[in-house]
Write a protein of this length. Structure first.
Lengths: 453, 453
């Protein structure tokens, strides 16, 4: 039996002192600095970035603080019975009966730390580091972890989606009972959509999870989101690719969003992710550690892991183009000249673009490039039958994107044209509802609420 | 004194019958079709599209219905005392003391009607037609109206913004006391931003108004939005360009949004317009016909109409480009090759784009093309200091767009480069807060509320 290190990251003199006190990570300690000044909190693991002579403590306000032993007069142990870490050690035998969850690391803030020399955040932490930081995870499952890449979210490409999809597929085949993917939040919904199309008939939900705060900032949401993601992949009744993120700025609830219907709607808030034109599938109550369904429209888990339908290719010659007043039609001409394989337009209103662009779009379609229309209002549905410009676009063969998010339509078209370039087939597939990326019925609940009556 | 036609659009036999009954538009009539079947409602004006032998009646459910006189057994007059139209006639003398409001027609659904032969909506109605349809407007002001163009919203271009701005400027100088602009909703927020930059120090608010329903559909919101727009331009304490649109799907309230901070967020709902990163400036209660302030941060009315600062030029060589995983840097290269005058990127997260694009952006800036970064999350603020990619973009000279909407930043850059192409000056102007397009303080109220706790 491999002994678990109770003092990960600690070495030298600091380690000696802590070992003498018989404390481990998770113990509550009081550090006396002299006089009446003391610091009380949970002993935390130490990372390579912090100086070797410091002790890291999580205060009750959530802040992590590092204290140099040179400033310490004394250390008292307040509580060390059944600390998470000793708990984990004693559970190692029991643990064999727990399900196996695979955690794939794909970078992002959830796996990042502050680069102290510059103050900027850089990816650094491995999934196993995360387990050290979040001992509560041990109660739900055993874990295997694998870093697929350690990149910032904005550097994701369709090629990365393929690598993730292939690895997820292999993990499902290998027999794991849950999969969690840590990912940067910027482009998480794109990757979630990609996996949703690439792998269907899933035996359990694939949970993408991220953090809007780096793990050593006070209100690190990484831990709570990760716990919720593990609960989701193990307990949820649906077999869909989901995004598991905070539902409010508070710590109690996390939403499980359908991957193809979610969007990052705020650059920095913890509850930045919002389902668009759909309800979240479920919420996770972190106090009760319970998942409850919100949305009755979901794809149930497949009965066996052999049923997964995998089609993991993505074409990187699709463009997502936004319409605006004065849009220069030469941009479409350029994409046609460069023989792009598909164009998704983020149109105005019900799915429009200036009528001066129609000719260029017509040329694109004539040259075998499928053009899909979506809406920049995000909420609502394409309806190109209402106005003359829209009807003209339909006539020349523009494919209406229904209520799909522009981002989802972009990923879907990239997935489709990697399989076929025949425009009739592309249209048929684009309009097929594979994984609830199209919601045929909208209710007022699906729209954002105005702040005031 | 010019007699006002009490039966606009009616002619021949139908007009004879109605004149004999001494009814006018706005009278409540009961049309007996035979047996116990009758239709009761308000007599409405008739438009060129409806057959010459029909009478148009607005039912209590809001629907307009046309009844051929060939099917009519009898017509009873229910109520015709102090109808709005007779009211207007008697007010003509009083009216001279009312303020003058200028209504500019720029097309869109608010000025459109169903094209009966195809079922599609086509622009057709003049502002004076709107006055016929909405007699309540007469209580607030006298009106001058002018159709600047009759185009669909998606066909607006920077050149149209210039024409509108010039006309608005002339109208202010001419002495009117309020200005309302009817406009298609698709690109209304772009035009509102354009006018906000083009004309500053306004003596009263310029109110853009539209409709999410064409005027002969049941829940036509045109009337209510227009009344609210007139109340706003006449009564509001601010001198800003605003968008006046329904705040909820119900009929009671209308929001007055700051033009540079509003966005169409739903393709079809009546309450599609939402202020982003800001509160609406005010709301109008349509029952009480009162405007109440919501936002204390506003630019007050200028003391005199001579103080207006006009700078009405817009450059149509600016592109608005959306970032996405796998974004092809050759799109930026193309804009540089084609010597575009400016590029606004709608970046991911806090203002990012794949690091493989940095080189092309650097070339753009080196060749004198300003590049502005905004966020596709819409809510929140650009912060390029947090991650390495963002800091690299700042280093090479990308201009951070703060909390400006991508659409507003696009219009602002178009406005700026029409005045100067000197990149240092462009940066300085881009970061100057001219008309509250930048909100330095966000509160939780500024974010959309999730539907569930």
């Amino acid at each position: 039996m491999k002994m678990i290190d109770r003092l990960p990251g600690y070495s030298g003199r600091v380690r000696d002192i802590l070992e003498k006190l018989d404390v481990g990570v998770g113990c509550r300690i009081r550090i006396i600095l002299g006089g009446n000044i003391f610091i009380e909190g949970l002993l935390m693991p130490k990372h390579e970035f912090s100086a070797s002579d410091t002790i890291i403590v999580k205060l009750s306000n959530g802040y992590n603080i590092g204290v140099s032993i040179n400033n310490i007069q004394n250390i008292e142990v307040c509580e060390c019975i059944s600390t998470p870490h000793t708990g984990r050690e004693s559970q190692i035998d029991i643990a064999t009966s727990l399900p196996m969850v695979k955690i794939f690391g794909c970078g992002g803030t959830i796996a990042s730390r502050v680069e102290y020399e510059t103050g900027a955040v850089k990816p650094a932490m491995t999934p196993s580091d995360l387990l050290d930081l979040i001992p509560e995870l041990a109660e739900f499952a055993k874990y295997e972890s694998e870093i697929l890449f350690n990149i910032l979210s904005e550097d994701m490409t369709p090629k990365h989606w393929e690598v993730i999809a292939e690895n997820v597929y292999r993990a499902i085949s290998s027999g794991v009972e849950g999969i969690v993917i840590t990912h940067g939040t910027d482009t998480m919904s794109f990757t979630a959509s990609a996996l949703a199309f690439a792998l269907r008939n899933l035996p359990f939900p694939i949970a993408l999870v991220g953090s809007q705060r780096s793990s050593d900032r006070p209100s690190a949401d990484a831990a709570l989101n990760l716990i919720a993601a593990v609960i989701t992949t193990l307990k949820a009744p649906f077999g869909e690719v989901v995004v598991v993120m905070h539902s409010t700025p508070s710590d109690s609830n996390v939403f499980v969003h359908r991957g193809v219907k979610v969007r990052k709607m705020h650059s920095s808030r913890r509850d930045a992710f919002q389902s668009i034109n759909d309800l979240p599938l479920a919420k996770v109550d972190l106090h009760k550690k319970e998942l409850s369904l919100i949305n009755s429209r979901y794809i149930p888990r497949a009965n066996s892991r052999e049923e997964v339908i995998a089609s993991v290719g993505f074409d990187d010659r699709v463009a997502l183009v936004k319409a605006y007043p004065g849009f220069q039609s030469e941009i479409i001409d350029f994409l046609v000249d460069k023989k792009f394989h598909g164009i998704v337009i983020e149109g105005t209103g019900l799915g429009h673009i200036g009528s001066h662009v129609t000719k260029s779009i017509m040329r694109a379609i004539e040259e075998g490039i499928p053009v899909v229309m979506t809406i920049q209002t995000l909420f609502g549905r394409v309806n190109m039958n209402v106005y003359t410009t829209g009807r003209k676009l339909l006539e020349i063969g523009v494919i209406p994107g229904d209520d799909m998010l522009p981002e989802t339509a972009y990923v879907k078209l990239s997935w489709i044209v990697s399989q076929t370039r025949e425009i009739k087939k592309v249209r048929e597939m684009m309009m097929t509802n594979y994984v609830n990326e199209i919601n045929p019925v909208h209710t007022p609940q699906h729209f954002l609420k105005p702040f005031i009556g």
